[in-house]
Design a protein around this ligand. Structure first.
Ligand SMILES: Cc1ncc(COP(=O)(O)O)c(C=O)c1O
Length: 389
């Protein structure tokens, strides 16, 4: 059987996943500091209210709408307004998730063989998302000097179809700074390349820098820009499968882009009617879920900072936002080796920085989502597993 060459199929599982599988098969109980699914983090979810949001007789009928139902798009525009951002619902498209938003935009913008410029370090799905559209994910670096900045010389626009910014970024928790944002938008506009701004963590600030760029969708610059958001993070409801794209930029670029994106979206019509009808209510319910996630993340980060203290062998990197913390650990061994040792010897599961292309010596990435008791226990095990912990 011939399969496409879009992906490298059958890649063996990494050493950490294999070690975790083996330990679990032997009945070892692990403290998981990699939880990224908010619905499995012991947070309160109002199950009855969520179910009631779907009690919509209108869902018995199907009215295919490539951009998404007007009531649902108006609810997304109202949600932007909650964040102080004025976004026209006529420039919003609904999708099944942020990952799907990327896929639709890559189809709109890129021809097979072209590149999409993606930040490094960042969320590790870009390579797959690009390859599945016949594109190449071409990294550009983010440099760290206490804050994260775009390393502009590493941006290569030749043959590029789009440039992706993730603000706040995962796992660095860094926002796009105002100067970087302006410079990037100017370069994108000059080269005719669209900007895709992933803002799915925008609702989880920790300590934003003074010049952090928020709500990119409401700050039209010179480049065609698509901002991404969704229920998955903002409302802690990934199972609903609903994301959105908000287009901004000069009208002369935005109008044809919307018309063409409509054709792409019309081919799939992937956002389900029930979730679209439930969306206004889910966004209300999501506000409460978002608050409990935010509270959890801030609480765990504080506990982590206190626990690490001054004489610890590891340091906690500052973060402006997000659900993760980055720990710098001694460089005596690689981050993969640290993660394997912590798993085998201390029964604590963390992600090595190289999963995210972090290149700051040896780093470990810890989720701030676990229930406080589990989190504190995991952190205690982690620190005990490091030299002089
Ligand atoms: C930065 C970033 N963007 C997008 C996503 C995917 O979101 P969705 O569940 O809406 O596909 C993730 C998931 O972790 C993420 O970290």
């Amino acid at each position: 059987m011939n399969f496409s060459r879009r992906l490298a199929w059958g890649v063996p599982e990494n050493r950490l996943a294999a070690a975790e599988r083996e330990l679990r098969a032997r009945g070892r109980s692990l403290c998981d500091l990699t939880v990224s699914n908010p619905t499995l983090a012991g947070l309160p979810y109002p199950a009855d209210a969520i179910a009631a949001a779907f009690a919509e007789p209108a869902m018995a009928h199907y009215h295919p709408t490539p951009r998404g139902l007007p009531t649902a798009r108006a609810a997304v525009a109202a949600d932007y307004a909650r964040r102080g951002a004025s976004v026209d619902s006529g420039r919003i498209f609904l999708t099944a998730s942020s990952s799907e938003s990327y896929a639709l935009l890559f189809k709109l913008l890129g021809d097979p063989g072209q590149a999409v410029l993606v930040p490094e370090p960042s969320y590790p799905l870009f390579d797959y998302l690009a390859r599945l559209e016949g594109l190449e994910a071409r990294p550009y670096r983010l440099a760290y000097d206490g804050l994260w900045h775009i390393d502009f010389p590493s941006l290569d626009f030749v043959g590029a179809a789009a440039v992706v910014v993730v603000s706040p970024n995962n796992p660095t928790g860094s926002y796009l700074g105002a100067d970087d944002g302006q410079r990037l938008a100017a370069l994108a506009a000059q080269t005719g390349v669209a900007v895709i701004a992933d803002e799915v963590f925008a609702d989880f600030p920790i300590a934003p820098a003074a010049d952090a760029v928020t709500a990119i969708a409401a700050r039209p610059g010179p480049a065609l820009t698509f901002s991404l958001g969704g229920l998955s993070k903002a409302s802690g409801l990934p199972q609903m499968k609903l994301g959105w794209i908000a287009a901004s930029g000069p009208d002369v670029l935005v109008e044809p882009a919307l018309a063409n994106l409509e054709l792409v979206a019309d081919t799939y019509l992937s956002a389900g009617t029930p979730v679209q009808l439930a969306l206004p209510r889910l966004l209300e319910i999501g506000a409460e879920i978002r608050r409990s996630i935010h509270h959890r993340v801030l609480r765990n980060r504080c506990a982590l900072a206190e626990r690490i203290g001054a004489n610890s062998p590891c340091t906690l990197l500052p973060a402006e936002a997000g659900w993760s913390a980055i720990l710098r650990v001694p460089e005596t061994v690689s981050d993969e080796e640290w993660a394997l040792r912590l798993l085998r010897d201390s029964s604590v599961l963390v992600q090595p920085g190289y999963f995210f292309d972090l290149r700051l010596g040896a780093t470990l990435v810890v989720s701030l989502l676990p229930p406080p008791a589990d989190f504190d226990h995991g952190v205690a095990c982690l620190l005990a597993g490091l030299p002089n912990g």
